[in-house]
Structure formats: C-alpha cells, structure tokens
Design a protein around this ligand. Structure first.
Ligand SMILES: Cc1cc2nc3c(=O)[nH]c(=O)nc-3n(C[C@H](O)[C@H](O)[C@H](O)COP(=O)(O)OP(=O)(O)OC[C@H]3O[C@@H](n4cnc5c(N)ncnc54)[C@H](O)[C@@H]3O)c2cc1C
Length: 192
C-alpha cells in the first residue's frame, strides 16, 4: 500500500484488516470477536401496513433458547454464528419468521424489492482491537464497532468513516509514518 495513511473499512472480517490485526497483534488482551448473520428483505406495498417510523423488534421465534436471534418495509432476522445446532440455516430461520402470523399479516399484499445477507460483529466494546496505528486506522464493522444493547452499529460505521480523513489529514504533516489518532477521530464508541 502506497498511501501515507490508510483507512480499513472492509466490513466484518475483511481480508486486509484480518492480516493487519494478526501482524500487529491489535487484538492482544481483547475479547475474541463474535459474529452473527443477518438476512434482510425490503418489501414494497401500495399502502404501508405500518405507520411511518414504526419499528417492531422481536426476540425468540424461530430460534431456540440456545441460539441468539431477531410505501416500504424492511424485515430481517439475525442469527448468532455460535449456534450449537449445526443444521441451523439463517435463511430458513428468516423464512420461518416471515410465516409467523404477526409478520405474515404485515407482509400481505407486498412484494420483495431487494434482499441480502451479511455478517455482523457482535462482540461489543471489549472485542474492539486497537484501531489506530502508524499509517492506518480501522473503521466500522472492520473494527467491530457495535453497541448491541442500543442496536447502534451503522452510526459508528458512518461516524468513524467521516472522522477518519480529518484525523489522517492532521497527522500526515506531524509524523512519518503518520499516526492517525483514534481520539482525534472520536471514533472509539461508547456504550451510550
Ligand atoms: C440484517 C442486518 C440488519 C442490520 N440492522 C442494523 C440496524 O438496525 N441498526 C444498525 O445500526 N445497524 C444495523 N446493521 C449493521 C450495519 O449494516 C453495519 O454495521 C454497517 O453496514 C457497517 O458498515 P461498514 O461500512 O463498516 O461495513 P459494510 O457495510 O460491510 O461495508 C464494507 C464495504 O467494503 C467492501 N470491501 C470489503 N473488503 C474490501 C476490500 N479489500 N477492498 C475494497 N472493498 C472492500 C465490501 O464489499 C462492502 O461494500 C444491520 C446489518 C444486517 C446485516
């Protein structure tokens, strides 16, 4: 990499970030990271079945007690990847979820307009590696920035991403290699 400062924003388990963390021991003394897979669809209706801004968070069905789980309407299920039952299929869990009467009634008359699946970091504050080093910073899901109790994830990805250029820019003239500061970026999340 030729840049004086590089921001690693590859999402969860990015190939470059994984090498960086391993090579520099950035996760020394930290809890191991944990992951979940989220499967999500966006549905479109002639008239939305929910009032604008209405969000329903659910826990439990269709997961068992040993597996951690969850106009347009977005519907999704998150399955913790530490599930003990090897036959669990996150997409099948999502299909079962959509057949639950609460969700099936909401989806009546709608059509899927987009869908996708992606992993999420779940380890939280104590699984975040050191995010600032000579010539580099790690942002968002790559750093495992997540506060599960508040369901705050994308906020940290956006905040760390927007603060990073400023931090790199101010550190480049002052040191070689530059050391972008995580306190300058104010990227390290709190649990609030
Ligand atoms: C089903 C589901 C529901 C969610 N619900 C919520 C919610 O309600 N609230 C919330 O706050 N968050 C939620 N999230 C989490 C949120 O989507 C993520 O935290 C956020 O997208 C992380 O942004 P990011 O930019 O760090 O990573 P990503 O969005 O993963 O973006 C990383 C990008 O980098 C690209 N990339 C990877 N490696 C490389 C490489 N080597 N070179 C170039 N490009 C690369 C990837 O293709 C990807 O486009 C949810 C996620 C899922 C899956």
């Amino acid at each position: 990499m030729l840049g004086k400062a590089t921001a690693f924003c590859e999402g969860t388990r990015g190939p470059c970030t994984k090498q960086l963390v391993k090579k520099l021991g950035l996760d020394d003394g930290k809890n191991p990271q944990a992951y979940a897979t989220g499967v999500k669809e966006v549905w479109e209706f002639e008239k939305s079945p929910l009032a604008e801004g209405h969000i329903i968070h659910t826990m439990g069905y269709p997961t068992d007690s040993k597996t951690f789980g969850s106009n347009q309407l977005a519907v999704g299920v998150i399955t913790g990847l530490d599930y003990p039952d090897p036959t669990i299929d996150p997409h099948l869990q999502f299909c079962k979820f959509k057949q639950h009467p609460l969700i099936a009634n909401l989806l009546k008359g709608g059509k899927v307009v987009s869908y996708g699946a992606k992993t999420n970091p779940e380890g939280g504050y104590y699984s975040i590696p050191r995010i600032s080093m000579d010539g580099a910073l790690i942002c968002g899901d790559s750093a495992g920035m997540v506060a599960m109790p508040k369901l705050k994830v994308v906020h940290y990805a956006i905040k760390s991403g927007t603060r990073t250029p400023r931090s790199c820019w101010t550190s480049i003239p002052t040191a070689s290699p530059p050391r972008p500061s995580s306190t300058t970026t104010k990227a390290r999340p709190s649990t609030s």
